[in-house]
Design a binder for this molecule. Structure first.
Ligand SMILES: [Zn+2]
Length: 224
């Protein structure tokens, strides 16, 4: 059975990393959410300027519900901003809005890791839904081949998480280059924007790390 000491440790590490990075991003996001940018623009206005500066006037900006639900949809070419980012005039709002525009720029420029990530979405969705069933069936039926298949499916999910990392770092790099390079934000505010985007990136790093640990555990389990 997979419920031994190392499994409990894995659950503990997963919880600590998961809750820790979530708490850290919320803390940083709210802290810089109280600091207004000197230009007084909303996140939506900052996003519009960055998109236009990159020749992307055809990319639309829409508002979505929820907190930290901001994303770019490459199928519709829409930058979706949460309420607080869309209308907010804080450092956090500009940072997140321009990060999402960074994804729009990646899409327009054919940035390879982003293309690869997009291509991986359908098979990885399938793999992430299947691997647990295959593993349980393999254990139940005592079929080692099925257990190995589950490990391969799970490894595909990790590849996706690893490809996500350069895509996220690059979107933040593009956002900070715009915010800083155009005299948009003074250096103290750029520092705040960097803190917000770094804490957001940490959640992706933590998720990938947890998955790798889980894979190591699965491999050990498979060998037993
Ligand atoms: Zn992103």
């Amino acid at each position: 059975m997979p419920f031994d000491m190392s499994y409990l440790m894995l659950i503990l590490v997963t919880l600590v990393l998961g809750f820790g990075t979530q708490a850290y991003i919320k803390h940083t996001y709210r802290k810089w959410g109280k600091v207004p940018i000197s230009l007084g623009l909303t996140g939506a206005q900052a996003a519009r300027r960055m998109l236009d500066a990159n020749g992307l006037s055809h990319v639309a900006i829409e508002r979505v519900g929820g907190e930290l639900t901001d994303h770019f949809d490459p199928r519709t070419n829409v930058v979706a901003l949460s309420e607080a980012v869309y209308g907010g005039t804080s450092v956090s709002a500009s940072a997140i809005a321009c990060h999402e525009c960074g994804h729009a720029v990646q899409h327009a420029r054919g940035y390879v890791p982003a293309k690869l990530r997009g291509a991986l979405v359908p098979p990885v969705n399938l793999a992430s839904n299947l691997w647990m069933f295959v593993l349980i069936a393999g254990i139940f039926l005592q079929m080692v081949g099925m257990i190995y298949l589950a490990v391969i499916l799970y490894a595909a999910v990790i590849v996706f998480q690893l490809v996500t990392l350069p895509v996220e770092f690059d979107a933040s790099r593009r956002a900070l280059a715009y915010l800083n390079g155009h005299g948009f934000l003074p250096s103290a505010e750029t520092g705040g924007a960097r803190a917000v985007l770094t804490s957001a990136a940490l959640t992706y790093v933590a998720a990938a790390l947890v998955s790798v640990l889980q894979l190591v555990y699965l491999l050990g389990f498979t060998r037993r």
